[in-house]
Design a protein around this ligand. Structure first.
Ligand code: NAP
Length: 273
């Protein structure tokens, strides 16, 4: 279900006193979401696979918002031990979690496997976030006030199928089919989590969103990993400048029935990836 809401980061209400975790906060949409939350006074935990890139992103946000409250923590969604370590550390450092943004992702990369042997796109985009959410559920449920899990899907979910016979795409790897499967899994996860939270009378909402198209690093990772300079140049030529993308931006949310719309910052433009 899609709502073309016209919602922008300017509509974000004050976030003072709220803790927010954003995965993939050093780049693209995660970076913009972390900045928007911090600008409104939230304490943002920037969950990044590279602490160095996370610290650079933190410094960039602080340059714009000197009073921003930000912490960088290591999280590699391609490694379930790293997910567990991140969640354990969060639970020892914080009593509350108001918003979990399951945002990080990779798209159309050559086949590889996570530390636990899962196909990387399924493992990072879906399974890592599934595990992270499960491990942070107690602190989310303990937190008073409005709390939510926001899961970043994509229009690519429409072409996605869950291949139960070959979930890890071992037999016949198609990088776009694997991405579509992972983004459909994101959406199904958000819906099912919403159903289960409601059934348990938990005061935590689960919502999903997609950005349409946003000019980020996402489109370059696949060609980079394939070592294809030609495809990389072609992607860069096709990618609208972020300014044009912002001008065209129309945020869209995939909202589970009877849930509220996403608070994730949306920058978007043409066909989604
Ligand atoms: N851009 C679009 O048009 C578009 C459209 C639809 C959906 N989306 C979704 O939006 C989300 C964010 O993408 P983006 O466009 O902002 O791309 P991006 O600029 O490439 O950012 C992706 C982020 O995910 C992180 N990441 C990748 N693998 C990770 C791992 N194993 N563990 C932890 N973090 C990891 C990246 O870290 P590094 O910087 O260290 O690589 C980066 O911070 C993705 O879920 C994507 O599917 C994007």
């Amino acid at each position: 279900m899609f709502n073309d809401s016209g919602w922008t980061a300017d509509d974000l209400p004050p976030q003072a006193g709220r803790n927010v975790v954003v995965t993939g906060a050093n780049s693209g949409i995660g970076f913009e979401a972390a900045k928007a939350f911090a600008a409104e006074g939230a304490h943002v935990v920037m969950a990044c696979r590279s602490v160095e890139r996370g610290e650079d992103a933190k410094a960039a946000i602080e340059a714009d918002y000197p009073g921003a409250s930000l912490t960088v923590r290591e999280l590699d969604l391609a490694d379930l031990d790293s997910v567990a370590a991140f969640a354990d550390r969060y639970a020892t450092e914080y009593d509350a979690l108001h918003v979990l943004c399951n945002n990080a992702g990779v798209m159309a990369v050559p086949r590889s496997e996570t530390a636990d042997g899962f196909e990387t796109q399924f493992g990072v985009n879906h399974l890592g976030h599934f595990a992270l959410t499960g491990r942070l559920l107690d602190v989310l449920r303990r937190t008073s006030g409005e709390t939510r899990v926001v899961t970043q899907s994509s229009m690519a979910h429409e072409s996605g199928e869950i291949d139960f016979d070959d979930l890890q795409h071992e037999d016949d790897y198609d990088k776009w089919a694997a991405y579509g499967q992972s983004k459909l899994a994101n959406l199904l996860f958000a819906y099912e989590l919403d159903r289960r939270l409601r059934a348990a009378n938990a005061a935590v909402a689960s919502v999903a969103c997609h950005p349409g198209f946003a000019a980020t690093n996402l489109q370059y990772r696949g060609p980079e990993a394939e070592g294809s300079r030609l495809r990389l140049l072609a992607m860069k030529a096709r990618t609208p400048s972020s300014r044009r993308a912002r001008e065209r931006a129309r945020g869209r949310c995939c909202t589970p029935p009877r849930t509220r719309q996403s608070t994730a910052a949306s920058t978007s433009a043409p066909a989604g990836c």
